[in-house]
Design a protein around this ligand. Structure first.
Ligand code: AKG
Length: 281
């Protein structure tokens, strides 16, 4: 059992909120966890406005905000509740310090889904048995888990239960048998999902079987950020925010974008720092 998870504050100096024992149990059991209502109305307003400009009027943003996680949306990257979860399920503590996160940003995309958009496309599951080069892995010991490639979905608009939130076959990250079609069709009772207010987060291991599904809520579109994190020495998705975007962030947040390596030396011989020459691709 790790006694102390670092860092204890996020880049804005806010105290990290550790996972509760119930959250740990549910995440390990199901492979996903809903964390409702994490943003204030003011934060939501500025993040939503930034996302819409990023999608539809990118040139109107200053260069250092032209990224899914630029400008007002950078607070989502290391929200104190998100860091509390990632400290527990993903961090490699030898590479963490009070100045550096023990995990890295992997890749992201913003999705604006209108009524009827998207389709059912189940993928993943059984990844307890994958080797680590795959990143879609799940490992556990008594009292500790490692979730591998981990998705943090920020739901920026209302999600109504059963009307378009991501679908999960809970527990399938540990499934030993292949998934039969007859029990995993769209209407199978094995699929679980969620409803939540705007500003909520859904964390899931990419080791679980999950799927998109058509958005069926008339009152609003689905506006979500699908951000993935990985352990420090692994990267699955290609790409990294532009140097100007990262340069505008506080130093601790910048460590999310360091290169994908560990090292065992002193100073810059161990990967606990970000600089432009140590930026992931
Ligand atoms: O569109 C969705 O709700 C699911 C997205 C998905 O499959 C993923 O993020 O890996």
């Amino acid at each position: 059992m790790i006694e102390e998870y670092l860092p204890k504050t996020n880049a804005d100096g806010l105290p990290i909120i550790p996972m509760t024992e119930s959250q740990k149990y549910i995440f390990d059991l199901k492979g996903w966890l809903l964390l409702p209502g994490l943003l204030t109305g003011e934060q939501l307003g500025s993040v939503r406005a930034h996302q819409m400009k990023y999608l539809h009027a990118r040139e109107s943003l200053p260069p250092h905000e032209r990224d899914n996680h630029g400008g007002p949306s950078e607070i989502l990257l290391d929200h104190p509740v998100v860091v509390g979860v990632l400290n527990e399920i993903l961090s490699h503590q030898d590479l963490a310090s009070e100045e550096a996160y023990g995990f890295r940003f992997d890749h992201t995309y913003t999705s604006l889904r209108r009524f009827g958009q998207n389709q059912f496309n189940p993928h993943g599951g059984g990844s307890l048995f994958n080797f680590c080069g795959n990143s879609h892995i799940y490992q556990h010991l008594p009292g500790r888990v490692h979730a591998g490639l981990t998705r943090v979905v920020w739901e920026l608009n209302d999600v109504e239960q059963g009307k378009g939130g991501t679908l999960f076959i809970s527990g399938s990250h540990k499934a030993a048998f292949p998934r039969p079609e007859e029990v995993s069709g769209h209407d199978s009772p094995l699929w679980e999902t969620y409803g939540c207010p705007p500003g909520s987060v859904v964390v899931f291991t990419e080791a679980i079987c999950h799927s998109g599904t058509p958005w069926l809520r008339q009152e609003n579109d689905r506006l979500s950020l699908f951000t993935c994190y990985n352990t420090v020495n692994s990267k699955w998705g290609k790409g990294c925010p532009a140097p100007a975007v990262i340069a505008a962030m506080k130093p601790k947040r910048q460590t999310l974008f360091r290169g994908a390596w560990c090292g065992m030396g002193e100073g810059q011989g161990i990967n606990r720092y970000y600089e432009e020459a140590n930026r992931a691709v």
